[in-house]
Design a protein around this ligand. Structure first.
Ligand code: GLC
Length: 482
């Protein structure tokens, strides 16, 4: 245990582990179950959620799971005293279980900060690719509640349960991130062979009993999450290489290298999940088809609206996992991301990696607070909105209320946070009328009028408002009631 603590020093400072990016899937299939459709529609209105990648890896401050994957990629690099030998490293990594003790764990504090920021749903890594379970599974002792893990003595040791309960109490929709691949269980990386890459390390066709056992293990774990954890709304399944051969998209490089059919029987998983959690939204990431109820572009924002439900997941820092002294994106950038995502009809799932002690960094809290202050003024132009062409033009982003009776035009500040209102904001092609009312959410008392410029309805900010706007932060909103 001492050695592990000592090792920390070697890892600290090795920031910005670039994780691998998922491409978007093709072939959306609209669910037919009315309860799923209803939940999905409700989720689409929430717009803003909190993602948390948390596991034993936070103690070393390294990338989540990937450093034990024997692939030579930027995000899989090993560092620190065990890095010279793969097996020594994996052993030391898995031994992190014996020192994980996040005694500052206080999910109510997270829920309060996220709620204040205007977030309305949460997704937590219940198990990442490394296989360490942040819930009290009966299927393995590689888990937070096992006696080898010091935190098991804590009355709140069943972390997933505690997080879900705390956020649910604050009205959040609950999402369980679960990795289909599991780099700990011997039925995925069979110790008889060395692991070769992220995939199963034996041919499931040649060893069908082994694959069946792995499938059973996975189904059992998902069943546990769907039974003992209260109402769960979203099953967010990562590790898109665990998929039937037939679903591989040859245009995507990482999918071309999948060597085996890894059919996990999603039909059975989703049937079981929905029998226990009616209307469960299933997100079999990147696989496409019936079990990917919404798409999850990663670290990117689509340029245009997509004609199916989607969510951009993006890190607040440089890494999904906790990294000491990580560089957090400025509030300005985060709010611009939110505005852009929402204007394309998507949701923003913003990730924070909790520390090994069980808290967010002060910077993360201050970002959430600043976002919250902005949301209190501009929230009506975020929730329950839908896209409106041209979506974005210059530094103006457009969207509209769902009933199509109100248009919102955001003016974004520049990269350094300076706000300068344009001389004119065109509403070309929008259903504006002569007596439509215009106001600015940051200065609601300011009298504003629409002008006809070359036959096009246009907002012409007054000099007084322009002057005032210098002190507006991040993005200001013009509201046009039609
Ligand atoms: C990337 C990372 C993975 C992470 C995921 C979140 O795919 O490789 O570790 O969980 O992003 O979307």
């Amino acid at each position: 245990m001492k050695i592990i603590t000592l090792c920390l020093a070697f890892f600290v400072g090795t920031v910005a582990v670039q994780a691998q990016e998922h491409n978007m899937s093709s072939g959306y299939v609209r669910p037919v179950d009315p309860e799923v459709l209803q939940k999905l529609a409700h989720w689409q209105d929430l717009k803003f959620g909190l993602f948390m990648h948390w596991g034993t890896y936070s103690q070393w401050g390294v990338v989540e799971s990937w450093s034990i994957c024997p692939e030579d990629e930027g995000w899989t690099q090993r560092r620190g005293p065990y890095s010279a030998n793969y097996y020594d490293y994996k052993k030391a990594y898995e031994n992190l279980q014996t020192s994980f003790n996040p005694t500052r764990f206080n999910p109510e504090k997270w829920a309060a900060a996220a709620k204040d920021a205007g977030m309305k749903y949460v997704v937590l890594t219940t198990k990442h690719h490394d296989g360490f379970c942040m819930f009290d599974t009966k299927e393995t002792d590689y888990k937070i509640t096992d006696e080898k893990t010091p935190f098991s003595k804590n009355p709140r040791s069943n972390i997933a349960l505690e997080v879900f309960n705390a956020f649910r109490k604050d009205g959040f929709m609950i999402g369980a991130y679960f990795s289909k691949p599991d780099w700990h269980v011997p039925t995925y990386w069979w110790p008889y062979f060395p692991p070769k890459d992220r995939n199963v390390n034996y041919d499931p066709k040649k060893y069908p009993e082994k694959w069946t056992a792995f499938k059973q293990f996975t189904h059992n774990q998902i069943r546990e999450l769907m039974t003992g954890y209260g109402k769960v709304d979203i099953l967010w399944l990562d590790g898109g290489w665990v998929r039937p051969f037939g679903s591989i998209d040859p245009k995507v490089e990482w999918q071309r290298t999948i060597p085996y059919d890894q059919d996990i029987d999603m039909a059975a998983i989703s049937k079981m999940g929905r029998s226990l959690q009616p209307g469960l939204v299933v997100v079999d990431r990147s696989v496409g088809g019936e079990f990917e109820n919404y798409f999850t572009p990663e670290q990117t924002i689509p340029a245009k609206p997509l004609n199916y439900p989607w969510e951009s997941c993006i890190t607040m820092g440089g890494s999904w996992s906790y990294v000491p002294n990580d560089t957090y994106k400025p509030t300005n950038e985060l709010i611009h991301m939110l505005v852009r995502i929402v204007s394309r009809g998507g949701n923003f799932l913003l990730n924070i990696g909790p520390s090994p002690e069980g808290d967010f960094s002060d910077t993360a809290y201050s970002r959430l607070k600043e976002i919250g202050q902005w949301m209190k003024i501009h929230g009506e132009a975020v929730y329950g909105t839908i896209p409106l062409a041209p979506y974005e033009y210059g530094n103006v982003v457009y969207l509209q209320s769902k009933d199509e009776k109100t248009i919102y035009a955001y003016v974004l500040s520049d990269k350094d946070g300076h706000m300068e209102l344009p001389a004119q904001i065109s509403l070309a092609g929008m259903p504006v009328r002569k007596n439509s009312q215009v106001s600015c959410l940051d200065a609601p008392k300011e009298k504003l009028k629409l002008a006809l410029v070359n036959g096009v309805y246009t907002i012409v900010p007054t000099d007084k408002l322009k002057q005032k706007a210098i002190s507006f932060q991040y993005a200001t909103t013009f509201k046009i009631v039609l």
